[in-house]
Design a protein around this ligand. Sequence first.
Ligand SMILES: [Zn+2]
Length: 308
Amino acid sequence: MKAKNTLPFVAALSALALATLAATRPASAAVNVVTTTPELAAIAREVGGGLVSIQSLAKPDQDYHKIEARPSDVVKVARADVFVKLGMDLDQWADALIGSARNARVASGGAGYVDASRLIRKKEVQQHSISGASGDIHPAGNPHYWLDPENGKVIAYEILLALRNVDGKNARTYDANYQKFSAAVDEHMAKYRQQMAPFKNKPVVAYHEEWVYFMDRFGLNSFGFLEAKPGLPPSAAHVSTLISRMRSAGVKAVIVPSIYPTRYPNFVAQSVGGRVAVVPYSVGVRGTKTYLDYLDAIVDGFRTALGG
Ligand SMILES: [Zn+2]
């Protein structure tokens, strides 16, 4: 996936109009936080509490690899006090938006700019540069790090730093919110560890290569993927090979996030006498409202697929 360097509609928005937008926030108004994904927005809500207003550019269950930026997104970024992106190339589309919005606060290096991957211990980083022909959409490493609850705390910490930067007078409130969120994650982690303990080293088939952080955290074994390569839809030939491999190894668990079609996953599970669990792709779907709701639903999904 190549980043677009220019957005065709930007010519229509004059620099002056954007500069005016950026300057219109009254001192008393909520801090305006814009994130690329709903999970980042959910975590920002925990840290910001009632002092921030938050919008995610990607809607729940929009494939984050395939977002098309809209003119209204430029306006949102132009008005933002804090901008949070995942980084690691997954939301590269955001970089063109930042370039177009001409808002120094949230440009790289600005007080309100957050690349939430900064402190993440990155996995599956490619040693060699990958040509587009390989079909690999994650050359900068696997960017699905928010699926490890421990990384949720790292993301919250980055957002805390930015909120302290742009709204120092409320730093104590943000600190307290962050501590509370961090403690809630720890509490849920204790529960998850217990719930996942019976499945140590169990093999799981997933749709897309997005679970390495989650599976490493809970000691699961990634056996294979419905996609032949990240970003390529399943083919009949690939699925048939996968089924044979699963049969010989006795693999039964199939995990599918809610944005993907279930036709092939169901077929695979039926063929091997296994179980499919559909888990939320985004916070905001399948009854989830918070980051921890979302993790709860994912852990439940894995337990169901693994026969717990
Ligand atoms: Zn991906």
